[in-house]
Design a protein around this ligand. Structure first.
Ligand SMILES: [Zn+2]
Length: 354
């Protein structure tokens, strides 16, 4: 019997499991929420999991951090080494990589580009800001999760072109202004709820979006989902829209110009925060893949569960499941250049017209 039989049996489960097995996840932080995420991702056979954490196990971690034991706290062992021991014991198909480091400005971009999605389970605002900035540069989406006291939160981000973390949390709070697990404590159930919400958001990212449901063109920046809750008040889900005054992603300075393609207007826009150009395709994943293959045998590309990506010395093309596509680097200097490059890679009829 297949180890993953019970998750393949649900409606659509075979496809979901195939995409799950393709997914490469970078988990930043292996604490209260991170250990639960790591354990669940490995048990469910995510394709590839990298865990990044520079901390050591402490005795006050043990009531909620599910991968660690008393002996690990007594010995002050590095979290990722202990996590590796426990996750290897679970077994299964997941390929694991453990890195006993923090995310830094020098290593962030390389780590991002080796994965399809980043899961943030840190409790540092500085790390989160770095994750958001790196997401904006690379076009790799990330999912934030956190828990404190009896409260939890999870949110998904896919900048550039969609709301960023600072559209939501406007300015970095002063040190001490926000409680920590040390000052306010944290319940294990809040960590479980945060991890559960984060995995729901991850599932949403790889659920195929039928093309018929994608709007023909989107003048408004896409919204992102935020889940938050507390034991006292229950859980709510809201859609986060871009803050027009956001100083990080600069949504306010984005006009939404269209250019003309054989008489039909196509939607292209320059994203100020990153310099990338965003557009919408009327191709599904399989079509994007076969066009790249057919029209550009020399172009190297990578298909994952969340995106198809080509990387070249002069820039990259990233196509997402919902039809959105981003061009970066030299290709995105002008809208005209971007349109020409897209036509070259994907064909003249690839862009949404209206
Ligand atoms: Zn923003």
């Amino acid at each position: 019997m297949d180890r993953y039989d019970r998750q393949q049996r649900i409606a659509g489960g075979t496809d979901l499991d195939r995409d799950w097995q393709r997914l490469r996840v970078l988990l930043v932080g292996c604490g209260g929420v991170g250990t639960i995420l790591a354990q669940t991702l490995v048990r469910s056979g995510i394709g590839f999991l990298t865990v990044l954490d520079g901390d050591r196990v402490r005795v006050t971690d043990l009531h909620r951090q599910v991968l660690y034991r008393q002996e690990d706290a007594d010995a002050g062992r590095a979290k990722v080494l202990v996590a590796n021991r426990e996750l290897q014991r679970i077994g299964g198909r997941t390929r694991l990589k453990m890195i006993p480091e923090m995310l830094t400005p020098t290593n962030a971009e390389a780590h991002f580009l080796a994965h399809d999605v980043v899961m943030d389970a840190t409790d540092h605002i500085a790390a989160r800001t770095l994750i958001d900035q790196t997401a904006m540069q690379t076009g790799i989406g990330w999912i934030h999760s956190g828990a404190i006291a009896d409260r939890w939160v999870a949110a998904s981000f896919l900048p550039p072109g969609t709301p960023c973390y600072h559209c939501w949390v406007a300015e970095s709070p002063a040190p001490g202004a926000i409680g920590t697990c040390e000052t306010d404590g944290v319940l294990p159930v809040a960590c479980l709820a945060a991890a559960s919400a984060a995995i729901r958001l991850l599932l949403q990212q790889i659920r195929p979006v039928p093309l018929a449901e994608v709007p023909h063109h989107r003048q408004r920046p896409t919204t992102r989902t935020i889940v938050r809750g507390s034991i006292a008040e229950g859980e709510t889900t809201a859609e986060l829209a871009a803050d027009p005054g956001c100083t990080r992603c600069g949504q306010r300075s984005h006009p939404t110009p269209s250019s003309v393609l054989g008489g039909a207007a196509v939607h292209l826009r320059k994203l100020c925060g990153s310099g990338s150009v965003e557009t919408w395709l009327q191709l599904d994943f399989d079509q994007v893949e076969s066009r790249l293959q057919m029209l550009n045998p020399a172009v190297r590309w990578h298909r994952s569960a969340t995106a198809i990506r080509t990387e070249g010395p002069s820039g990259s093309l990233i196509c997402y499941r919902d039809g959105r596509a981003l061009l970066t680097g030299d290709h995105s200097e002008t809208l005209q250049q971007a349109q020409q490059q897209l036509e070259l890679w994907l064909g003249k009829d690839a862009l949404w017209t209206r």
